[in-house]
Design a protein around this ligand. Structure first.
Ligand code: FEO
Length: 174
């Protein structure tokens, strides 16, 4: 059983992950409208990853005898000034998510809930990767984005991102 305080905090995180899904989906739509199919592909796959994070939280809450009650999602922004600004906002958003995860870990330690600490450790590592991935694209844009054809080349790089696994079955069968 989860302590009520822990359950409420984990359910809030389901909402954070679902908003992340929605935000990256909006970024994908912006990319499509700007003629950046690689960025659209990257963001759609990022959105799917976020959905899989929400599912991971929901599965864990259910395993521990709790229940996720879904809340209304706030509309994400519709437009950004540039692809660089998209990734700057993504990095800022991931910083916020890292803070959320750290707060959950702090709460789990306070409650001596070692199972939840263990569950959250995966997300601690994942956040390092998520922030690094957004920063890597910003660095790439800073290096080549202003060169002729620079954004075209970056968009091709973004198109090479592997497809996200099925969010309901994130571990592919061996
Ligand atoms: Fe689910 Fe990008 O954090």
């Amino acid at each position: 059983m989860l302590a009520k305080k822990m359950e409420t905090a984990l359910v809030n995180q389901v909402h954070e992950e679902m908003y992340s899904f929605y935000l990256y989906l909006a970024m994908a739509e912006y990319a499509a409208a700007e003629g950046l199919p690689g960025l659209q592909h990257w963001m759609r796959n990022q959105a799917l990853e976020e959905f899989s994070h929400a599912v991971k939280f929901m599965n864990y809450i259910a395993e521990k005898g709790g229940k996720s009650e879904l809340k209304a999602l706030q509309a994400p922004p519709k437009a950004w000034k540039s692809a660089k600004q998209v990734f700057e906002e993504a990095l800022k958003h991931e910083g916020h998510i890292t803070e959320c995860i750290n707060n959950l870990v702090d709460l789990a330690y306070t409650l001596k809930d070692h199972a939840t600490v263990n569950f959250l450790n995966w997300f601690v590592g994942e956040q390092v990767e998520e922030e690094a991935a957004a920063k890597a694209v910003i660095d790439m844009i800073n290096l080549t984005g202003n060169a002729p054809g620079g954004m075209f080349m970056i968009d091709r790089e973004l198109a090479a991102r592997p497809a996200a696994p099925n969010p309901y079955n994130p571990t592919p069968a061996a």
